[in-house]
Design a protein around this ligand. Structure first.
Ligand SMILES: Cc1cc2nc3c(=O)[nH]c(=O)nc-3n(C[C@H](O)[C@H](O)[C@H](O)COP(=O)(O)OP(=O)(O)OC[C@H]3O[C@@H](n4cnc5c(N)ncnc54)[C@H](O)[C@@H]3O)c2cc1C
Length: 321
């Protein structure tokens, strides 16, 4: 969770109420697959719920992705949040220009935090050592890259508003990218026919922003829709990012236009989706990167693993899994 979303962090109180309920026993520091197996759990429980999240980030699959300075947004977030899984000791913010790839809320969180000063983060629970790095940050220009348009962006209006309200950054939206006539959508593009209320709100906010002239604030955030990374440039570290303009085909598929641009960035943060990792002894769909299931019940080669079709929690119970 973003450290500056202090209200949302209140969810910890709710989680605590659940975990401290007398019918709940919380056992921490236990790794499924290492400390115990599915068979161990099945021996002593009627059912097992796998809720292990989507813990690895998806890669962009472009050349240069492993160069120093090319980082998964989750690693960056773990670092600035002081997450126990953090593996970065000394992250530095010495690039003046940074690209954040992705159009979801995590990407917006990362852009917003990067555009803040150490003083703006001081009231949060960002670790002291991280605040020192933010105090020395050289980041001045941040590019947010979305491979589709404003109507397909996954971010939500509250997060977008938080970005647009930043006092220390100019948020630059290109007017031509938000000049979309909603009444015409879908006439020749079936992929765009259904425009959700959320997408309409995003579009309205972006349009209003596009009309505001930059005021020369200390930092500048540029939103690039219809842009996808094709190569991270550099030999010893990230020195630039080559991006290609994209468009939708009449059928609603994404395609490159062949027009390229190089952004002069020294760091690339990717936030292009997350995926589950296989759990020992539990079926895994390597395409969808999830546990295959039907309405929550685990499927093994298309079959239910549970022998009992309905289990209502009695002591005669179903085998776990
Ligand atoms: C940077 C960021 C900011 C976000 N901000 C928000 C926000 O403001 N609001 C919001 O609603 N959502 C937010 N989200 C999304 C939210 O975090 C996820 O939707 C949510 O955490 C998913 O919950 P989950 O329980 O499915 O998985 P997770 O929260 O990922 O929980 C899975 C748990 O399983 C554990 N685990 C994994 N493998 C094993 C194993 N083998 N053995 C034992 N334990 C294991 C993990 O350690 C973890 O504790 C954010 C996500 C990110 C990355």
């Amino acid at each position: 969770m973003a450290p500056d979303h202090t209200k949302i962090k209140g969810v910890a109180r709710t989680l605590r109420r659940v975990l401290e309920h007398p019918h709940v026993r919380f056992v921490g520091g236990v790794e499924f697959g290492t400390d115990l197996t599915r068979a161990d759990l099945a021996r002593s429980h009627h059912a097992v719920v796998y809720a292990t999240g989507a813990s690895v980030d998806r890669r962009m699959g472009v050349a240069g992705e492993d160069l120093p300075g090319s980082v998964a947004a989750t690693d960056f977030v773990n670092w600035y949040c002081g997450h126990p899984d953090n593996t970065w000791d000394d992250f530095s913010l010495d690039a003046e220009e940074v690209a954040v790839v992705g159009a979801g809320n995590v990407a917006l969180d990362v852009v917003r935090v990067l555009a803040k000063t150490a003083d703006e983060l001081r009231h949060t629970d960002v670790p002291e050592a991280v605040l020192e790095v933010f105090a020395a940050s050289r980041v001045r220009r941040i590019h947010l890259l979305a491979r589709r348009g404003p109507l397909q962006a996954k971010f939500t209006a509250p997060e977008l508003r938080d970005l647009l309200d930043l006092p220390g950054a100019d948020i630059v939206v290109r007017p031509e990218q938000v000049d979309i006539d909603l009444t015409e959508i879908g006439a020749d593009r079936p992929g765009l026919r259904d425009v959700s209320r959320a997408a309409r709100t995003n579009l309205r906010l972006l349009r209003e922003q596009a009309e505001r002239a930059p005021e020369g604030r200390p930092r500048r955030v540029e939103l690039h829709f219809w842009s996808r990374p094709v190569e991270i440039l550099g030999e010893d570290r990230v020195r630039g990012l080559r991006v290609e303009r994209t468009r939708l085909t009449p059928e609603g598929h994404l395609e490159g236009t062949g027009e390229h641009e190089v952004l002069d960035v020294g760091m690339v943060l990717r936030s292009v989706g997350y995926a589950g990792v296989p759990l020992e002894g539990v079926p895994f769909d390597s395409g969808a990167r999830t546990v295959p299931h039907e309405e929550g019940r685990v499927l093994d080669a298309g079959e239910h693993r549970c022998r009992v079709t309905t289990w209502r929690g009695g002591s005669s119970g179903a085998p776990a899994g």
